[in-house]
Design a protein around this ligand. Sequence first.
Ligand SMILES: *Cc1c(COP(=O)(O)O)cnc(C)c1O
Length: 351
Amino acid sequence: MHDIVDLRSDTLTLPTPEMREAMARAEVGDDVWGEDPTVQRLEALAAARLGKEAGLFVASGTMGNLVSVVAHTQAGQEVVLDLDSHIYNYEVAGGTIVGHVQMRPVKTERGFLTPEQVQESLRPANIHIPPTGLVCLENTHNRHGGTCCPPEDIAAVAAVAHGAGVPVHIDGARLFNAAVALKREPRDFARHADSVTFCLSKGLGAPVGSVVCGAAPFVERARRVRKMVGGGMRQAGILAAAGLVALERMVDRLADDHGNARTLAEAVATMPGLTVDLASVQTNIVVIRVSPGDRTASAKATTELVAGCAARKVKIHATGPTGIRCVTHKDVDADDIRRAVEAFRELTARW
Ligand SMILES: *Cc1c(COP(=O)(O)O)cnc(C)c1O
């Protein structure tokens, strides 16, 4: 039970006492000089979990995706990715600005490119046409509500890309949520990709940081790009220490977050004026559509719902005029979910 039930994002999770302890005790050095043992331990552990040769600790998921895109491509190439992807929508066009690549967004059914879509998007060799340099996938898919793509589907897409000599990057900000939800090992997902970024700072609860994993030569290129964008951090072991606790202690408990999201989603789905696609509630994200009337009435209802919840110490996030997103995480427990459900119930009772 917490004073405020904060469902706006799993990025709001606070570091655990064990993380703070590990940070205080962390053995550190200058990581740009390759001398921070704690960063090196984190990079090695992350790489091992994902079955890759090497890892690179970066400041954020955004930086991880940026250095990956730039390290994989050359200026003038094209990057194939889902239209609703985080890289295309929320990363300030970094790949385009820093890497001089053109983004090729493809509209998909559930956020995951199919092998056919990748096949159709690959560019033929032609003097007029930008060559395809990279295919990006996102797992779990943020805008589609935390949906999971199983390793077999990744394999099918990667086979098409690799058949054309094109590498595959997975934006796995919440890859560990997918692994826990599908009861598969993280390396099963990573196996088919050339690189994977995952966030330590979301459901895993670390205060800062993400890790990019891949083959050693790729990671060395990514390290250079990281330096270029100002991501060479000195005694970063202070942060990596929390990341190690996140990887060692916080993965299995993600199942609790998924259970809480399910409970919330099933309750909300029965309420008047609110709809939830229960099939999309596979991990820790619940996307709610607010539609008690026409568009204007629904937009007003959304605003009132957010304010009404806030007045009941339940924080939720409006993703648009008629959309709400709730994200469960370690700082939200079963009692908190009951309070959130209660708030929704009171506020929609007369809709
Ligand atoms: C959060 C997120 C990112 C970016 O991570 P930051 O650490 O916030 O920069 C990238 N991709 C997806 C799918 C995300 O959900």
